[in-house]
Write a protein that binds this ligand. Sequence first.
Ligand code: MN
Length: 342
Amino acid sequence: MTAAPAIPRIGTEEHFAIPEQLEAWRGIAKSTWASQDLEIMRGGMSYHGQRLIDGLLELGEGRIAKMDEHGISMEVLSLCSPGVQLFDPETASDIATLANDRLAEQVRAHPTRFAGLGVFAPHNQDRAIPEMKRAIGELGLNGFVVNSHTDGHYLDEPQFAPLLATLEELKAPLYIHPRTLPDAVSGPFTPYHLSRAAWGYAVETATHVLRLITSGTFDRYPELRVVIGHMGEGIPFWLYRLDYWNGKHQGKTAPQLEMSVSDYFKRNVTITISGVYQPSALDLCLRELGDEAIMWATDYPYQLMHEAVDFLDEITLPEETLHKLLHGNAERVFGLAPAITL
Ligand code: MN
């Protein structure tokens, strides 16, 4: 196993589940509702099998023992995708409240080892907004996670404005985590499993962030902070082309923006390395975005802790950059106390 690190590591995309959420999924999975989401859930569960379920449900001392084994000081936990967004609005809000309570219990019991991102039901704003205020104000959580679209709707749409205003008011970062493309567009992605982690998740999540940028949402909510995983879901590679073409369309077929697409991406978005352990991709992100825009993450239990640990152990970066990637940026973005060294 890995030797104890000289630099603390904070994982920023680390997942958990609660039994009630899995039970509610099983309830839906038994229904006759035909959906890409259900196919993914059934496929995903059977592909990863019990290891995934066990990993998601294990918190407390068991999870901490695994973190110790891999030299991980702290995990910023988030409820696994698609969170509560498949459920009917009331069930979604019930499970969000329960999940936030369980998460807060873990953080209270192990404040130097766990931090947490709360969940809310975007399709039940009457309950989501008070729950968001409770999650930050009473439970002391560090931000929120949303699993991209909800019933094919995206956060740039006007009905979600109160949610964005609440995030800004709470100074709470929003981690936009992948889920499957909406059923209306997922057809061509389906036959070879392209709708999943290999490709579709990145298309979906990147599209969500680009909608927020190109709709002018960040002009309305300039303080809104968004976090995305998987080395920026491919967007850093596309910044030149996004600026080139969006610039030509602004004021004609797209809203007039105050800045370029890449300017918003650099101002409002922080990325994580979750699940992309490709040195040239990190190099590109460092060159395009700088070392304050990138955070370390393992995407456990969908990917294994040691993959993210080995990736940074095996490449050479300036020590100052390593400090920022491994813990400093996460401390700043999520408002964490300085991480402990194991
Ligand atoms: Mn993930």
